[in-house]
Design a binder for this molecule. Structure first.
Ligand SMILES: Nc1nc2c(c(=O)[nH]1)N[C@H]1C(S)=C(S)[C@@H](COP(=O)(O)OP(=O)(O)OC[C@H]3O[C@@H](n4cnc5c(=O)[nH]c(N)nc54)[C@H](O)[C@@H]3O)O[C@H]1N2
Ligand SMILES: Nc1nc2c(c(=O)[nH]1)N[C@H]1C(S)=C(S)[C@@H](COP(=O)(O)OP(=O)(O)OC[C@H]3O[C@@H](n4cnc5c(=O)[nH]c(N)nc54)[C@H](O)[C@@H]3O)O[C@H]1N2
Ligand SMILES: [Mo]
Length: 666
């Protein structure tokens, strides 16, 4: 069998190019290809093992209707026709009795594609007048900071890290969260590059680092500002570059002035001397690149912290050379707007911030949420304040549809469950947010069971709720044409996509920042203190807010990625108990030994799980991964049960890593 080409649209920076072998419509083998230079012929073990997700017993094969009490897990098979009629009837009933805003669509990270979100789904929810969803659970502070400062300028490409003499990995875990950067860093290091890691945990990359700043969660802002302060004060700032290419340099300098290395180091719980060494190393090295991740955004200071980190290469003059600059998200460089396919404006209905969904399910009465439609999302496992989400989903007067590929924790609380196709079974248009490239994805295997694509289901629901209009496009190929119509990639680019080739921005797959790629701000300059962010952040941009720890809940609980799941995706395949990591000093103080059962709690909830004692997390920090399912802990609650539903300084983002807890042996 010849291998078929495809690409991975899952929520990961790497956007891998892949080859699959299919026999009789069934996936035989899937592996990386070299079509995209970043993939370099290999992929993660999660996607290599995707056959277990496609064909495993948790895969949804037909619609299901709840028959027992909510959460009992009792469902019976339903025909699609009846299922769609029921969903449509419930949506219309909610709209007619309580107004369209009583309907809430809940979607986020199932796919980075343009066809599975903001498409036929948007058509349905716009026209029903549903509440709008603020998709804030991830990447809001990072993208607001990056676009505020640089207008989403494309970042340093991963292969170009080979040219760097200094690599700073800041709040990002290359060993888990997009594995293709890790070997490039390792090789650069072997070639003599220096490496700095800023992370509360000793991640794998930190093991080979020259400096590991194991900061307290949420303290990146003072750390970055202290470096900025020193760069300005010691004459190491690139004043000529700033005068020519940036606005707000004097204001940033003023705001950073309060932060000495000593003061920042004390707050961050690191050594002031080592912080100064890192600052000097950064000033002295070129090319120097910062890989800024998402770990530093998930707290009260997240937006300002990311802005301060991204300001570093501007202040220190690190742009203009291959292997210098920064990488954040590259999703903004393509200028592709998926909503073009709808051709109508989003009505200005009320906005539900998904971070507050639990609370809103329980408390809102303007109007109450009566119908919840979940797709591309496993909210019970991934939203903050899990106990509120759980109680909300248990409401008897709430009708919940979960449209997913597998029986998730959220689906178990649904009234109606609909089976979805995967990216191996449907059409998609996807782009990388780390590795560059736009990919046209086509179905390569037979559909499993009666699964249907998002476009099909939402188009059908438009008809059955009576909001369909003549001319609504349902064909994936035509939708893609509509999205790309008039796009700078032009007709030739669209033809290349159709031929299964990867389409890159005009400069290819590896831009030099400030040469090939320039700030995409209105005036083409770098805005070091963007006005709109400054107005939004409490106290102004770059204001530090203190640690939320209390005597009762003194420990910080962080919930980073693991290599086993993508958020909660594939979590049905990871059955065992997952332990919380605790530093040996904190464990000893509480008489906790490795393998003990522990209870972790705060005002939001309680998790019972096993403990792993280690010194890979810094003292004062517990780590329990993101994306766990209820079967991974002793009481079915995950770190999200302890995640506060407080919001970041900009963008209303999630503060997962602001969870402050206590732990004891049970
Ligand atoms: N295997 C795998 N890959 C993934 C995902 C996955 O779940 N699994 N998720 C995908 C998604 S949705 C995203 S958004 C990206 C995210 O990718 P990453 O940026 O790697 O996200 P995290 O793992 O949340 O955080 C990265 C690191 O930040 C550290 N950290 C936590 N708090 C702080 C802090 O306050 N300051 C600093 N400096 N570091 C901190 C954590 O210990 C962690 O090692 O990865 C994508 N790729
Ligand atoms: N504690 C804690 N929680 C976190 C975070 C954290 O740092 N700590 N980080 C957050 C981050 S970074 C993110 S991005 C969010 C992600 O949170 P979610 O948006 O819930 O993402 P996933 O957990 O990947 O779940 C996506 C679901 O969509 C389904 N799906 C995939 N493709 C399709 C499709 O084509 N159609 C339909 N109908 N369904 C599909 C998958 O099967 C999967 O069940 O989680 C956040 N949750
Ligand atoms: Mo994310």
């Amino acid at each position: 069998m010849p291998a078929l080409r495809t690409a991975c649209p899952l929520d990961c920076p790497d956007a891998c190019s892949m080859e699959v072998v299919v026999t009789d419509g069934r996936l035989e083998k899937i592996d990386g290809s070299s079509a995209n230079p970043v993939t370099a012929g290999y992929i993660c073990s999660k996607v290599r093992g995707i056959a277990d997700h496609l064909y495993g017993e948790e895969r949804l094969r037909h619609p299901l209707l709840r028959t027992g009490p909510k959460g009992s897990g009792a469902f019976e098979r339903l025909a699609w026709d009846e299922a769609l009629d029921l969903a449509a009837r419930k949506l219309v009933e909610a709209r007619d009795a309580h107004g369209g805003e009583s309907i809430v669509p809940l979607s986020y990270g199932g796919s980075n594609g343009f066809l599975t979100q903001d498409n036929a789904d948007a058509r349905l929810f716009y026209r029903l007048g549903a509440s709008r969803l603020a998709r804030t659970v991830c990447a809001i502070p990072t993208s607001m900071a990056a676009s505020g400062l640089y207008g989403k300028m494309g970042g340093t490409a991963f292969p170009d890290y080979a040219h760097a003499r200094l690599i700073v990995v800041w709040g990002m875990n290359p060993g888990a969260s997009g594995i293709h950067l890790a070997p490039i860093i390792r090789k650069a290091k072997e070639g003599g590059a220096k490496l700095v890691v800023v992370d509360p945990r000793r991640i794998k990359t930190a093991l080979i680092a020259d400096h590991h700043l194991a900061v307290r969660p949420g303290t990146d802002l003072p750390v970055a500002l202290s470096i900025i302060n020193w760069l300005f004060a010691s004459g190491r700032a690139d004043e000529r570059f700033l005068a020519e290419h940036a606005t707000g340099a004097a204001e940033l300098r003023r705001r950073a002035a309060a932060w000495s290395f000593g003061k920042a180091a004390e707050i961050a719980g690191i050594d002031a001397g080592e912080l100064e060494e890192v600052a000097r190393l950064y000033a002295d090295s070129s090319p120097a690149v910062v890989r800024c991740g998402w770990g530093l955004e998930r707290n009260r200071n997240g937006g300002s912290a990311v802005a301060a980190v991204l300001a570093l290469p501007a202040v220190a003059g690190k742009f203009g050379v291959r292997g210098g600059g920064y990488t954040m998200s590259n999703s903004g460089v393509y200028g592709i707007d998926g909503t073009r396919s709808i051709g109508e404006a989003e009505p200005k209905t009320r906005v539900i911030n998904m971070n507050l969904l639990g609370r809103d399910l329980l408390d809102r009465d303007d109007p109450p949420i009566k119908a919840l439609f979940v797709y591309n999302n496993n909210g019970l496992a991934t939203l903050p304040n899990q106990e509120a989400v759980r109680r909300g989903l248990m409401r008897d007067d709430l009708f919940t549809v979960v449209f997913d590929q597998v029986m998730t924790d959220t689906a178990l609380l649904a009234d109606l469950v609909l089976p979805a196709t995967t990216f191996l079974e449907h059409d998609e248009l996807a782009r990388g947010y780390g590795a560059y490239g736009v990919n046209r994805i086509r179905p390569v295997i037979d559909r499993v069971g009666e699964s249907r694509s998002n476009i099909e289901v939402f188009s059908e629901l438009c008809r059955r709720t009576g909001v369909a209009r003549t001319g609504d496009v349902e064909d994936a190929g035509v939708l893609i044409e509509t999205i790309l119509d008039g796009h700078p990639m032009g007709e030739a680019g669209r033809r290349r996509l159709e031929n299964g080739e990867i389409v890159y921005p005009s400069w290819g797959s590896a831009p030099v920042q400030m040469i090939d790629e320039r700030p995409r701000t209105s005036d083409g300059k770098i805005h070091l203190v963007p006005e709109h962010l400054d107005a939004e952040a409490p106290g102004g941009l770059y204001s530090y807010r203190d640690d939320p720890a209390t005597a009762e809940h003194p420990l910080a609980l962080i919930s980073p990625n693991t290599g086993k799941t993508i958020s909660s995706t594939f979590g049905q395949l990871r059955r065992g108990q997952v332990p919380v990591e605790i530093h040996r000093e904190d464990a000893a103080e509480r008489g906790i030994a490795g393998g003990d059962k522990v209870r972790i709690w705060n005002g939001y909830g309680e998790v019972r799980c096993l403990a792993r004692v280690s010194d890979a997390v810094r003292p004062g920090v517990l780590s329990l991964p993101k994306g766990l399912w209820s079967h991974n802990t002793l009481n079915g609650a995950t770190s999200n049960a302890l995640s506060p539903d407080t919001l970041t300084d900009i963008g209303g983002g999630a503060c997962f890593n602001d969870a402050r807890v206590q732990v004891e042996r049970i």
